[in-house]
Design a protein around this ligand. Structure first.
Ligand code: PEP
Ligand code: MG
Length: 590
């Protein structure tokens, strides 16, 4: 290793993929693609549009090919990120606006497509929603690819060049990151990007340490400088000193030991030190996540968000197709419970094939979604219920309704379920006649009448994501109000207690499946307040299982009792953090 003669610098970004990498930097300064700009006359107009069509087709072929390669090497899940790119290519508004631009400006297609693409990117970039803002990156990516095809250039393969190096670049487009042979990259640093960008998701899945959002990094780091990428704390140390290298070497060893210990505990039951067993289940969105859910320690599925089956499809997925998917999940988990939620579509998750009304809703989160949509689209709803009932013959399946706001809605849903059962029976199709049926408690009105709902349900599952947003009137996706979204708000804690007590009074189990259940700091509070089970995305399961195995239920009950008396949400959050740290010991930093 070179003597670190240059001064050490520490740059702070956002931790995006855990791990520590040490190596020489490969700095890529991105330059804009130079495009020809020229006027065309009316006789050239059709030829320009034909060139555009060819470039769209070529781009489509490249993306589909890349998607196939990724599906083979990384799995269907990762490959699905290209669906958004294919949708951009098919966007009629984008295409017709480009043609209009040609007709009005009479300039070449590259100029027109770049102008329209930029307007789209800017419009999406302004939206106050992280997910939609990231769609701006998809559009930018596709526009660039089409422009390369128009000008005959190909996207450079950065990774081949950056083998055995830490790649530092402004941003990595999805197509750029997918085309890369990432096996050679030691670490990844980007100036732009967020934890949820495609490139970062890929880095996480390939266990490449990554730090993003490091503005100005390419000016601070020279090509071939030695760097440490600390993907745990979001730091990049440029030209690390001997002491820093020593410290990181020790840290890396320590982290590896901790990770090994945590993984070993994932195979043990989720039992507290004072022997209370907690049901720890996985939240899944597709049947591709089953193995990951089990490896992380999930003992079944607590929330299968089925709407993703519907969002991916151009038409309503058939009962048969749904049945096959649900059966796969049921069979995989055998006797362990699999809770399938009927679709929560509409609102912010509209689908092309369904009619959600002429105009966009002013308040989609308060609008026509989930059970409200199902009760007005009985054939779609009933087909899903039949598919779920049939899957029940192959495992321990439970059915759950989302967004129930009152008794009438629940009764109407149960009526459709009874009809679905009668029709299956008449047709002689096997199904589970005694399938447990529960509802999500995620609307404040449902929480208030939890005692009434409990008389009709076999279980509850608390959707804290929506419950908190409705209870505190804080849009869960709005960054400006994010600080008001407080899971430890006294109103939230009291409401949770009401729900848990109502369930126990009625002798039915109650689970929590919102993100609060996956936040290890909140877990002791939830369990102390009375949650029986937790359902968490696979990525968060391992640490929660370890925590459960290292806490005492009696202490959690005391923590919750004190929290209920405390009017200060911040203080409760701090106490919960202290509790978590005390249970985790040296693992708290892991
Ligand atoms: C919730 O609201 O907490 C929940 C789990 O449902 P979703 O996030 O799918 O709305
Ligand atoms: Mg919800």
């Amino acid at each position: 290793m070179d003597a670190p003669h240059k001064t050490e610098k520490i740059l702070t970004g956002i931790a995006a993929s855990p791990g520590i990498a040490h190596g020489r930097a490969f700095v890529v300064v991105q330059t804009e693609l130079e495009l020809p700009v020229y006027h065309i006359d009316a006789t050239q107009r059709d030829a320009e549009i034909a060139r555009f069509d060819q470039a769209l087709v070529a781009t489509r072929q490249q993306i589909v090919k890349m998607q196939g390669e990724i599906a083979r090497s990384l799995g269907e899940d990762e490959a699905r990120i290209f669906d958004a790119h294919l949708l951009v290519l098919e966007d009629q508004a984008l295409i017709s606006e480009t043609i209009r631009e040609v007709d009005t400006t009479m300039r070449n297609i590259e100029t027109c497509f770049r102008a329209v693409g930029q307007r789209y990117v800017e419009a999406f970039g302004r939206i106050d929603d992280e997910y939609l803002r990231e769609r701006a990156a998809d559009i930018r990516d596709v526009v660039e690819r089409v422009l390369h095809n128009l000008t005959g250039r190909t996207v450079e393969n950065l990774a081949r060049l950056a083998s055995d190096r830490v790649l530092l670049t402004y941003d990595i487009s999805t197509s750029g990151s997918a085309g890369m042979d990432k096996s050679g990259i030691l670490g990844l640093v980007t100036e732009a990007g967020s934890r949820t960008s495609h490139a970062v998701i890929m880095a996480r899945s390939m266990k490449i340490p990554a730090v993003v959002g490091l503005k100005g990094a390419s000016a601070e780091v020279e090509d071939a400088d030695w760097v440490i990428v600390d993907g745990y704390d979001g730091l990049v140390v440029v030209n690390p000193s001997e002491q820093t290298l020593f410290r990181y070497g020790k840290l890396q060893l320590q982290r590896r030991t901790l990770e090994k210990r945590m993984l070993a505990s994932a195979r043990q039951p989720a039992q507290t030190l004072d022997r209370k067993h907690i049901g720890l289940h996985a939240n899944i969105e597709t049947a591709d996540e089953l193995q990951r859910a089990r490896d992380a320690g999930g003992e079944g599925v607590g929330l299968f968000r089925t709407e993703f089956l519907f969002l991916q499809s151009d038409t309503v997925p058939s009962e048969e197709m749904q049945f096959e998917t649900y059966r796969k999940v049921a069979e995989f988990f055998g006797s362990e419970p699999v809770t399938i939620r009927s679709i929560d579509l509409g609102g912010d998750k509209p689908v092309r094939w369904a009619n959600f009304g002429e105009k966009p809703e002013a308040n989609p989160f308060l609008g026509f979604r989930a059970i409200r949509f199902c009760l007005e689209n009985i054939p779609i709803f009933k087909a899903q219920l039949k598919a779920i009932l049939r899957a029940g013959a192959y495992g321990n399946v439970r059915l759950m309704f989302p967004m129930i706001s009152g008794m009438d809605e629940l009764d109407r849903a149960l009526l459709v379920l009874a009809e679905a059962k009668a029709e299956l029976k008449a047709a002689g199709v096997p199904f589970n006649t005694r399938m447990p049926v529960g509802t999500m408690i995620e609307i404040p009105s449902a929480a208030v009448i939890a005692d009434l709902l409990a008389t009709r349900c076999d279980f509850f599952s608390v959707g804290t994501n929506d419950l908190i947003q409705y209870l505190l009137a804080v849009d869960r996706g709005n960054m400006r109000t994010a600080h008001l979204y407080e899971p430890t708000h006294p109103a939230v804690l009291r409401t949770l207690k009401t729900i848990f007590d109502a369930a126990h009074e009625a002798r039915i189990p109650v689970s929590v499946c919102g993100e609060m259940a996956g936040d290890p700091v909140m877990v002791p509070l939830l369990l102390g307040l009375g949650a029986d089970d937790l359902s968490i995305s696979p990525a968060g399961l391992t640490v929660v299982k370890y925590l459960v195995q290292h806490m005492r239920m009696a202490d959690a009950v005391k923590l919750a009792r004190e929290a209920l008396e405390d009017p200060d949400a911040q203080r409760v959050a701090v106490r919960s953090m202290e509790f978590y740290r005390a249970c985790m010991g040296d693992m708290a930093t892991g």
